[in-house]
Design a protein around this ligand. Sequence first.
Ligand code: SF4
Ligand code: SF4
Length: 123
Amino acid sequence: MNNGNSYDCSKCPGYCCSYPLIEVSRSDIARLAKHFDVDYATAEERFTLHDAEEKVRGLRKRKDEFFGTACRFLDPKERRCTVYEARPSTCRDYPYARTCGYWEFLKFERDLQDDSKFVAMTR
Ligand code: SF4
Ligand code: SF4
């Protein structure tokens, strides 16, 4: 567990990284630009997309074997964030509580299946 939280991201396949929109601010893009040593415009184009419906920018996705799509920065095998130090604010703040709904669901399914590596689907 981490910092008194009831969930353990190190044992989770990164469900929250598969959310349809992972919003980024200008400062998030600037942080990614610095991390990759590229200019702001390059980082914006390379790592984000404009979401026409929500009228914000979000992280680009790629195919994911478990969740259909996931953030381009999620390591598909290790299930870890590859830009952890430079991840956007929304990733730092999530799940905004000491508990995580998906983690509770995952734990329940893993106990039920008696399989500590089981990946629980939600759709
Ligand atoms: S879904 Fe919950 S437990 Fe899994 S990585 Fe995200 S915050 Fe951590
Ligand atoms: S930047 Fe990292 S923590 Fe945020 S969604 Fe992508 S892989 Fe997950």
